[in-house]
Design a protein around this ligand. Structure first.
Ligand code: RIB
Ligand code: CA
Length: 302
């Protein structure tokens, strides 16, 4: 599977990138970066650093620095850390960002591999909305867009209504969901069914692949935040979007029209649309949590 991950790394983003880098059936063609857990500049720097750490030599293309219509916002550093990688100080990767913008890179790669390229947005989906605006053929060229975001029948995690990625750019998500592209939603309805705990991160550090030691420290920071809000584990949010792209059979999905609230207290809420004109997408409503958990950990034995 030819894949581009659009990311705001971010601790669970790092887990998703590691999973993709290690999976034998994934050809990770590049990373595109976006604001969200961190600023876009930090996301780009972190993506370059994570690529080098994982032995990847792939383009990292910097993307949007603010939401489509909402004003820019300051990242909440208590969730992913001041530099986005837990307690880690600002890393200094050797490589530089790609000379294209994220949207241009996405459009070019989708045109280069028509019907083959899979895109996994795991931050605010602004870059994908920009690519759809930039190239009308993008929606048809891309095989599928499998994004981490939204919360349909469960509470949000930023407000009672909205999941973080949807909350941070509801207009972009609305544009992607109404584009007619082949879109799959992997939201909190399923990602909160797989929680990683302290023992999981200890096990990760003991895996054959040394990256687990690095991820354990990040995971512990992320876990502290979740425990501070009363959850005894951190959601496997971003890796589940990549796993859903590879193994959709591990999810119970329905074909629904989804709309996004764009203003007020419920801004960022994703809900079923009654409109007959609105395109549909695949929505993950349930999952085989046990199989997903073992699928995630399996690659670290490679
Ligand atoms: O709600 C979880 C999502 O928001 C994840 O993508 C996490 O990295 C944050 O971006
Ligand atoms: Ca993310």
């Amino acid at each position: 599977m030819k894949l581009i991950i659009d990311t705001d790394p971010g601790i669970d983003d790092a887990l998703a990138i590691a999973y993709a880098a290690l999976h034998p059936d994934i050809e990770l063609l590049g990373l595109t970066t976006v604001f969200g857990n961190v600023t876009t500049a930090q996301a780009t720097r972190n993506a370059l650093y994570l690529s080098e750490l994982m032995g990847l030599s792939i383009p990292v293309a910097a993307g949007a620095v603010k939401p489509m219509k909402l004003p820019p916002f300051a990242p909440k550093t208590r969730v992913h850390g001041p530099e986005g990688l837990g307690d880690l100080p600002a890393p200094s990767p050797f490589a530089k960002a790609h000379d294209m913008t994220a949207a241009q890179f996405l459009c070019d790669m989708a045109a280069l591999y028509p019907g083959e390229l899979v895109v996994c947005p795991i931050g605010p989906i602004t870059n994908i909305a920009d690519a759809l605006k930039m190239d009308p053929a993008f929606a048809q060229n891309v095989d599928k867009i499998v994004f981490m975001g939204g919360a349909l029948d469960v509470r949000g995690n930023v407000t009672p209504y909205a999941e973080a990625n949807a909350f941070h750019d509801p207009h972009a998500l609305d544009a992607v969901l109404s584009s007619g592209a082949n879109v799959t939603m992997v939201g909190l309805d399923v990602t909160l069914q797989v929680l990683l705990n302290d023992q999981d991160f200890t096990d990760l550090a003991n895996k054959k692949n040394g990256i687990g030691v690095f991820l354990k420290d990040l995971g512990r920071f992320y876990l502290d935040f979740y425990q501070s809000i009363g959850l005894n584990g951190c959601g496997l949010h971003d890796p589940m979007a990549v796993i859903a792209a590879l193994y959709p059979a591990l999810f119970k999905m329905e074909t629904l029209s989804i709309e996004v609230k764009l203003e007020g207290e419920e801004s960022g809420q994703t809900c079923r649309s009654q409109s007959k004109e609105r395109p549909t997408c695949r929505v993950s409503l349930d999952c085989d949590a046990h199989a997903l958990r073992s699928e995630f950990f399996k690659v670290f034995d490679n």
